[in-house]
Design a protein around this ligand. Structure first.
Ligand SMILES: [Zn+2]
Length: 245
């Protein structure tokens, strides 16, 4: 298994150079996300709740992954080994580039059409692991009207919220709402991703990742971990407003 994972790494490489190639657009929506994660339900005086969380974006990483500018349900095969769908591969493989545990890696791609193993669905615009620390978002939606809502929804999944709610931020489809309930905030308060959780000013770091097609030679990198990140985790997704799921 370790050899499989090691070989799996060769399909992705980071590039720090500023290249004029096709790339997803990175839109952080930081101000709007700060508003979502400081709404009234973030009440430090309520039992098991937490103070408003400051969302902090780190400098954008650029990931040279020609195959992954569009992400779908096709299998990633390396040396004859099936490493899961493109979504599972990107969200779960222990890439050295995504090894920090004090942040969320938010991957911006041109298109995402799969998430939960149900095959391809063009209405899907975001996907995240529940209690994970990686997110996939479609960059045109991240830059649009529903951008902050989309990013906030996927962040909340990473922070531990599993089931979708009827209405509010955790509605399964984009609905123009960003409310989080007190119960959902209590779940968020338990996330190990929150920095300084007991302080009056907790914060959350997000590392944007621009997945681009550099069409360059890729550089093999060692795996960040020694084992696959557990069994296949629970995926959660966000669909376009027009999609009824
Ligand atoms: Zn969701």
């Amino acid at each position: 298994m370790l050899n499989v994972l090691t070989r799996a790494i060769v399909t992705l490489s980071l590039c720090a150079a500023s290249l004029t190639v096709q790339a997803a657009t990175v839109t952080t929506n930081e101000v709007a996300l700060d508003a979502i994660f400081s709404q009234a339900s973030f009440d430090p005086n309520a039992p098991n709740s937490i103070a408003p969380i400051d969302i902090r974006f780190l400098p954008t990483l650029r990931l040279d992954g020609p195959r992954f500018t569009t992400v779908d349900s096709s299998s990633v095969i390396v040396d004859g080994n099936d490493l899961g769908t493109e979504v599972a591969y990107l969200l779960q493989q222990p890439f050295v580039q995504f090894s920090a545990t004090d942040r969320i890696y938010m991957l911006f791609v041109d298109s995402i059409t799969a998430c939960d193993g149900g095959g391809n669905n063009p209405s899907i615009v975001g996907c995240a692991l529940i209690n994970g620390n990686r997110i996939l978002v479609q960059s045109d939606f991240a830059s649009g009207t529903y951008g902050a809502e989309l990013l906030g929804h996927e962040i909340a999944h990473n922070l531990g919220i599993g089931p979708h709610s009827s209405g509010g931020l955790m509605n399964a489809t984009l609905n123009g709402e960003t409310d989080l309930t007190a119960a959902q905030v209590r779940t968020i308060a338990q996330s190990p991703l929150i920095q300084n959780p007991q302080s009056p000013s907790p914060f959350l770091q997000i590392q944007p990742v621009d997945v681009y097609d550099g069409s360059t030679a890729v550089v093999p990198l060692p795996p960040a971990g020694l084992a696959l990140v557990g069994a296949l985790g629970a995926f959660a997704l966000r669909r376009r407003r027009t999609s009824k799921s």
